[in-house]
Design a protein around this ligand. Structure first.
Ligand code: SF4
Length: 73
């Protein structure tokens, strides 16, 4: 069973496969909008409403743990 968690702001949403996530913090560091934080050893996109849809997090994750759907990109 997959362990995917979703955060959303209308049509802008991000799904993170927490089984793949190693909390290496690449997304935390690359995101210009401070969407991500690490909580209990896993990434959390709790500030999704701040996302500017640049795509950097998805492109940067070395574990392909992030699937991002953009509202207007
Ligand atoms: S798309 Fe850009 S702004 Fe949005 S969460 Fe990813 S890195 Fe942050």
């Amino acid at each position: 069973m997959s362990n995917v968690k979703k955060w959303e702001d209308n049509d802008n949403w991000v799904e993170i496969d927490l089984d793949l996530c190693e909390a290496s913090e690449e997304c935390v560091n690359v995101c210009p909008a401070e969407v991500y934080i690490i909580l209990e050893g896993k990434v959390n996109a709790e500030n999704i409403v701040e996302c500017i849809e640049c795509g950097a997090c998805q492109d940067t994750c070395p574990y392909n743990a992030i699937l991002h759907h953009f509202a207007w990109r």
